[in-house]
Ligand binder design. Structure first.
Ligand SMILES: Nc1ncnc2c1ncn2[C@@H]1O[C@H](COP(=O)(O)OP(=O)(O)OP(=O)(O)O)[C@@H](O)[C@H]1O
Ligand SMILES: [Mg+2]
Length: 337
């Protein structure tokens, strides 16, 4: 894992924060759009960012054959495997190509098995384990997910791999529907796909959604841990995505701000930091109260999300200022949806 010292954006006005991020998320093929993005908060996250070199490729594990993976996943029967092996041998084909030629599996099945063989977990189209919103799991090679990987790279340079390395990051934004939950879920997935032990915590105790996105039971979660009514068994491993765990918000408490402001929250995060490489926290919109501030303070760092053509610059500035009082503003993202 390369460790590079990178400046962290801290206590700057929103214009400067966005300026620094401009090189990260804007469409580099359109310099005019870049300038507009700086001015009016219009640089899209999920569009056109150039591929950044991957820095943390986990070592490929090829100890399971494609055939075994296709059989394990129920795509191919052991009997059909024989026919595939025969064709592959006779025609000098690769196993996957032979299976496709025989009409026993689709190209997508083979691509999925290859990804698993190379420890790059994602879910096959049609698999409804998770909400389709988790595009990083379902469409990992799409341009939108490439933009998420670029964002991940920048966060590694500025936060998780900076000096000193930090693990926890809260996603904050001014308004409802800005995309905090969507981005938190997908960012957590792209970090986990890099081989990082990743924990996504739903610290939005007001309108929690990660349990729906990851289709896990949402009854017990962070609120129970903070109220000391649960143990870490409320953290769920996500099947099909190695290394990803989710701590749902749990039952909505009457006093979310009070729970999140207790010292127990910071202690919980420190304890979890020993078990995970990256911890991503979802938060409520800042317009609903100051929960976000407690979460950002406990995390130590925050990524500011703004929504293109919706977030007012003054609101983003105010949020940036109030986060900066308690934590490092690692950067800002303009979500275009
Ligand atoms: N970049 C995006 N691309 C496509 N859809 C998106 C994107 N960002 C957000 N969405 C969609 O917009 C809707 C609102 O997003 P999300 O729930 O993440 O917002 P939020 O900021 O968490 O809102 P809340 O205040 O309710 O917690 C969801 O349906 C989500 O799937
Ligand atoms: Mg949300």
């Amino acid at each position: 894992m390369s460790r590079s010292r990178a400046p962290v954006v801290q206590k700057e006005g929103i214009a400067e924060v966005l300026d620094r991020l401009a090189g990260v998320l804007r469409n580099r093929k359109d310099p005019q759009a870049e300038r507009a993005a700086d001015r009016d908060a219009a640089a899209p996250i999920a569009r056109g960012a150039q591929a950044a070199p991957e820095q943390h490729n986990p070592p490929a594990k090829r100890n399971r054959s494609i055939g075994a993976l296709l059989v394990d996943s129920g795509r191919l029967s052991p009997t059909d495997t024989e026919a595939v092996l025969r064709l592959a041998r006779d025609e000098h084909l690769r196993f996957g190509d032979a299976a496709v030629r025989l009409g026993l599996v689709t190209r997508a099945d083979v691509q999925h098995a290859l990804a698993r063989q190379f420890d790059y977990p994602y879910l096959a189209p049609g698999d409804d384990t998770l909400s389709p919103e988790v595009i990083a799991a379902y469409a990992p090679f799409s341009p939108a997910v490439q933009a998420l990987r670029d964002l991940r790279t920048q966060l590694m340079l500025r936060w998780t791999d900076a000096e000193p390395p930090r693990k926890t990051l809260a996603l904050v934004s001014p308004g409802r529907g800005d995309g905090r939950s969507y981005l938190a879920a997908n960012l957590a997935v792209v970090f986990s796909q890099l081989g990082e032990r990743t924990l996504l915590i739903d610290a939005d105790l007001r309108n929690p959604r990660q349990h729906e996105i990851f289709r896990i039971p949402g009854r017990l979660g962070l609120s129970a841990l903070l109220a000391r009514r649960g143990d870490e068994n409320v953290i769920h491993r996500i099947g099909g995505l190695l290394g990803l765990s989710v701590l749902p918000a749990g039952a909505a408490p009457p006093n979310p701000l009070e729970l999140l402001s207790r010292s127990g929250f910071g202690a919980l995060l420190s304890g979890l930091s020993a078990q995970y490489d990256v911890i991503v926290l979802d938060t409520p919109a800042s317009e609903l109260g100051t929960d976000f501030q407690s979460v950002a303070a406990a995390a130590g760092g925050a990524l500011l999300i703004t929504r293109r053509n919706v977030t007012r610059t003054a609101d983003a500035q105010a949020l940036s200022d109030s986060v900066a009082a308690a934590a490092v503003v690692v950067g800002a993202v303009i979500n275009d949806h």
